[in-house]
Design a protein around this ligand. Structure first.
Ligand SMILES: Cc1cc2nc3c(=O)[nH]c(=O)nc-3n(C[C@H](O)[C@H](O)[C@H](O)COP(=O)(O)OP(=O)(O)OC[C@H]3O[C@@H](n4cnc5c(N)ncnc54)[C@H](O)[C@@H]3O)c2cc1C
Length: 432
C-alpha cells in the first residue's frame, strides 16, 4: 500500500513539521544507519564550513541524523580558482560533489535552498516548500555582497561585464573568458574590497596569477590594483614576488594614494577613484561583503553585517540552538578562509555532539593555514593556531608562521608543492 492511500495531503504537511516523524518515515531519504535517530541536525550550506561540519557530525556520532541543504550539485572551490585564471587548473579540477557525504557518511543531502529559519519552532523552510525540524541548526552560507556600495555597480553588471569571481563557478569562467579574449597591451583593473572580507590574500594572489598568464600570452599588458586599504595581507612577500617575477607589470594603489573606487561605469569600462578615472579592458571589482543572505533574513547578524557567536561552540549569541560557522561568523582574529571555516565546522560538530548529550562543550583550539601562489614555483604561506581567552579568539603567541622575506628559491618551490598538498588534503577532508 502506498503512503498517499493512508495519509491525506493535509496530514502529510503536518507530518513534515515534526522531524521525528519525517525521520522515521525516511521522507528525506534518511539513511538506514540514522534511521530512528533521536537527534537531528540540519546544516545550511555545503561549502567548506557546512560540508566539514556535516561529515564530522556523522563521524563523531553516527546516531545523529544529519541533513545538509545545498542548492548546487557541484561545488567549485574558491581555493585554486585563481589557478584556473592562470591556466594552471581547470574548472573540473576545482569541482567537488556530495556523493561521498551521501553514500559513505549517510548525510542526507537535499539539493535545495533554505529560505526561512523559524528559531522558535526550530524549523527550516526550503524553497520547494519542505519544512525540516532540527534539534540543532548549523548555518554556513558564506558571503553576500553589498551591491549598492559602489555607485553604478549592480549584481546584473557583475553577471555580465564586471565579474567579482569571488564565489567560484560561472563568475570564475566569466573572468577567465574575458582575460583570454583581452588584447595584448590591455589593462586589467582589480578592485579589492575593504576589510573584513573573504580570503584577505585572494585579490593579490589573483593579481599574481593573472600576471603569470599575461606574461606568457600577452606581455604588453598591465594590472592595476585599486585598493581602498593602505596595507594588505602578506604585502611585503607579494610585492617582493611581483618585483622578481613580473617587474613593471603590477601597480598597487593604496587608499591614500587614490585607490578608493567611488563609481563604476560598465558601459565605458571606467572606474572612478577619489583621484581620477581609469579605463580597463577587464575590470574585476570585488564588492564589500556581509554574511550570507539567509543569516540576515534569520536575524543572526549584528550591526556589522556578520554573525556574533560564542566561539566555544559557534552558537549564535542572538538565537540559541543555531550555530553559525565560516565566513558569515565573527571569529575574532581568524581570517575568513576555507581552512578556518573547516576548522570551525569541526569545532561546532564536536560541541553539538556534547550539547545533544547534555554535556558542556570543551574549549577548542582552532587553526588556519593559507597558501598563495605567486608563480608556478613560487608560493608563500601564513599559518596560525588560535585559542579562546576572555577577549575571544586570539592567536597563540609563537604558533603561527609566515614565509620569511629572504626565503630562497628551494623554499619557495617547496611552498608551492605544499600548496598542492594543502588543497588535496582539505578537499578530501571535506568532501572525500
Ligand atoms: C579567489 C579566492 C581564493 C581563495 N583561496 C583560499 C585558500 O587558498 N585557502 C583558504 O583557506 N580559503 C580560500 N578562500 C576562502 C574560502 O573560499 C572561503 O573562506 C570559504 O569558502 C568559506 O566557507 P563557508 O562555508 O563559509 O562558505 P562557502 O564555502 O562559500 O559555502 C557556502 C555554501 O552555502 C550555500 N548556501 C548559501 N545560501 C544558502 C541557502 N540559503 N540554503 C542552502 N545553501 C546555501 C552556497 O551555495 C555555498 O555552497 C578563497 C576565496 C576566494 C574568493
Amino acid at each position: 500500500m502506498n503512503m498517499s492511500q493512508k495519509i491525506s495531503r493535509r496530514d502529510f504537511s503536518k507530518l513534515l513539521l515534526t522531524g521525528a516523524t519525517s525521520a522515521s518515515l525516511g521522507l528525506f531519504g534518511t539513511p538506514s544507519r540514522a534511521f530512528g535517530a533521536s537527534k537531528r541536525v540540519v546544516v545550511i550550506g555545503g561549502g567548506f564550513g557546512g560540508a566539514a561540519a556535516a561529515k564530522y557530525l556523522r563521524k563523531l556520532d553516527p546516531s545523529i541524523a544529519v541533513t545538509l541543504v545545498e542548492p548546487k550539485a557541484v561545488f567549485h572551490t574558491c581555493p585554486f580558482s585563481n589557478w584556473v585564471l592562470a591556466g594552471l587548473r581547470t574548472m573540473n579540477d576545482i569541482s567537488q560533489t556530495y556523493t561521498v557525504l551521501k553514500n559513505k557518511y549517510q548525510v542526507n543531502v537535499i539539493a535545495d535552498s533554505a529560505v526561512a529559519i523559524d528559531s522558535t519552532r526550530s524549523t527550516v523552510k526550503l524553497k520547494n516548500g519542505m519544512v525540516l525540524s532540527y534539534d540543532r541548526l548549523i548555518v554556513s552560507p558564506g558571503i553576500d555582497f553589498k551591491w549598492d556600495a559602489v555607485p553604478g555597480h549592480s549584481e546584473a553588471l557583475a553577471n555580465t561585464r564586471i565579474p567579482h569571481a569571488y564565489q567560484a563557478g560561472p563568475q570564475t569562467t566569466l573572468l577567465l573568458n574575458q582575460l583570454q579574449s583581452m588584447r595584448n597591451g590591455g589593462k586589467v583593473i582589480i578592485c579589492p574590497p575593504a576589510n573584513p572580507f573573504r580570503c584577505p590574500p585572494g585579490p593579490y594572489e589573483r593579481a599574481s596569477l593573472i600576471a603569470h598568464y599575461l606574461k606568457a600570452k600577452k606581455p604588453l599588458s598591465k594590472i592595476l590594483i585599486l585598493d581602498p586599504k593602505d596595507k594588505f595581507s602578506k604585502q611585503g612577500l607579494f610585492k617582493q614576488g611581483w618585483e622578481k617575477l613580473y617587474p613593471g607589470m603590477i601597480e598597487w594603489r593604496s587608499g591614500v594614494t587614490g585607490g578608493k573606487v567611488v563609481k563604476i561605469d560598465g558601459t565605458t569600462m571606467t572606474v572612478t577613484t577619489e583621484f581620477g578615472e581609469e579605463k580597463g579592458d577587464v575590470i574585476n571589482l570585488i564588492p564589500p561583503q556581509k554574511a550570507g543572505k539567509i543569516a540576515f533574513e534569520a536575524g543572526l547578524t549584528d550591526a556589522s553585517g556578520w554573525c556574533p557567536v560564542n566561539p566555544v561552540s559557534f552558537e549564535s549569541t542572538i538565537h540559541p540552538g543555531i550555530h553559525v560557522i565560516g565566513d558569515s561568523s565573527i571569529a575574532g582574529v581568524m581570517p575568513k578562509s576555507g581552512y578556518a571555516a573547516s576548522s570551525q565546522g569541526k569545532v561546532a560538530a564536536a560541541a553539538i555532539v556534547r550539547l545533544l548529550q547534555g554535556k558542556v562543550p570543551a574549549s577548542p583550539s582552532l587553526v588556519n593555514t593559507c597558501y598563495s601562489l605567486i608563480g608556478t614555483d613560487y608560493a608563500i604561506s601564513v599559518a596560525g593556531v588560535y585559542k579562546l581567552t576572555a577577549d575571544g579568539v586570539v592567536e597563540i603567541p609563537g604558533s603561527g608562521g609566515l614565509t620569511p622575506m629572504n626565503a630562497d628559491a628551494d623554499q619557495l618551490r617547496e611552498e608551492a608543492s605544499f600548496a598542492v598538498g594543502w588543497y588535496n588534503n582539505i578537499v578530501h577532508d571535506t568532501w572525500g
